[in-house]
Write a protein that binds this ligand. Structure first.
Ligand code: KG4
Ligand code: ZN
Length: 345
């Protein structure tokens, strides 16, 4: 089976071609980061207009790179939510139109399921069941992933997501949008312990997170004295340490509670090197293993949508009659492919 996949949930237009036996044949991505930078965040209408212009050329390029004609495809996957409605509609409309014209099944994929399955593109790949730490700009979740489409939420953030905490702290330090990777780079020059910041909810049992207090602490730390380069780097280091410590403690607690030995880390913050090395070492020390997507597939991409689409199509799921996209869509509403097909719960 070979499929085309389209991702357009936010500010990245991406297209991939995935073959069941030959693997990833093409993946292209156009980032709108430069378009939104002057606004300090994503402007939904601008995002939609740019997707309209970028997606079709990306489809042409991906098919050419993959050396694939439409007749050689067995399906088209697209992100159906959650995300910006206008942006989602651009990808969904294109995917479903192409599928209609080429007489292929079209399958709407949950963006977060895509993130969760991205490590399956790597070798070795994780197996079900495993624990997943999903850390992106909009989500921070610990999930027991029992099977494709069978996800039990153990805990999530009560307020800001981990990526949001990175981005907001970066903004307070005067770093350009999107701040997460920039803050991580600056943290490398910072001194451990020079700017201790709070680690909310660490003392409480359970698997919930809270990061909204961090930005207040960062604002105070940044105000306290002249903000020279070393001080900024120390604060950045303090932010990264606080977020990474919190994520590691709760994740290891969940590993212990569930007895699972495999951990999948997914989403944009999964690109953070400190988080990757700390969790890899911690899991290895317990005889387990941590799995990550390659760096470029931690943030939004179409390869992960292709993996989810391929797995669901192979399991027999076919396009439904509902062409809708969803701005909000809890991951726990997903069902394994066959159950989804029959509507059973
Ligand atoms: O998964 P993603 O691309 O988009 C969402 O679906 O939200 O995640 C983007 C988030 C942003 O908040 C970004 O700042 C953060 O991931 N991020 C990082 C790093 N790379 C991306 N945060 C910390 N360290 C990084 N290296
Ligand atoms: Zn994402």
């Amino acid at each position: 089976m070979r499929i085309l996949a389209i991702e357009s949930s936010c500010d990245e237009s991406a297209v991939a071609v995935l073959d069941e036996t030959r693997g990833l044949l093409a993946h292209g991505l156009w980032s709108q980061v430069d378009l939104h930078r002057i606004y300090g965040g994503v402007v939904p209408e601008l995002a939609s207009r740019d997707h309209v212009q970028r997606l079709l050329p990306l489809v042409r390029d991906a098919l050419a790179t993959a050396g694939t004609a439409p007749e050689e495809l067995q399906g088209i996957a697209y992100t159906a939510g959650p995300g910006l409605v206008g942006a989602l509609l651009c990808g969904a409309a294109l995917a479903r139109s192409l599928a209609y014209g080429w007489r292929l099944p079209a399958i709407g994929i949950h963006h977060l399921e895509g993130h969760l399955l991205a490590p399956l593109l790597e070798s070795p790949a994780p197996q079900f069941p495993h624990l997943a730490l999903l850390v992106s700009g909009g989500h921070t979740m610990l999930i027991e992933a029992r099977a494709l489409g069978d996800y039990r939420l153990l805990g999530e953030t009560r307020d800001d997501a981990a990526g949001e905490a990175f981005d907001k702290s970066a903004k307070l330090l005067g770093l350009p949008y999107p701040g997460g990777p920039q803050l991580a780079a600056l943290a490398a020059q910072g001194r451990s312990g020079a700017c201790p910041l709070p680690r909310p909810m660490l003392d409480r049992p359970g698997f919930e997170f809270s990061f909204s207090g961090l930005k207040t602490a960062v604002a105070l730390a940044a105000r306290a004295q002249p903000l020279d380069e070393q001080r900024r780097a120390d604060i950045a280091r303090g932010v990264q340490d606080a977020i990474v410590d919190t994520l590691c403690v709760k994740t290891l607690r969940a590993i212990e509670a569930t007895g699972l030995s495999q951990l999948v880390v997914a989403g944009g913050v999964g690109a953070n090197r400190e988080l990757r090395s700390r969790l890899s070492a911690a899991l290895a020390a317990q005889g387990g293993q941590a799995f990550f997507p390659r760096l470029e597939f931690c943030t939004d991409n179409a390869a992960m949508i292709a993996v989810a689409g391929l797995m669901r199509l192979k399991a027999g799921e076919r396009c439904d009659a509902d062409p809708g996209v969803r701005a909000r869509w809890p991951l726990t509403q997903l069902r394994p492919p066959r159950a989804a097909m029959t509507g059973a719960t």
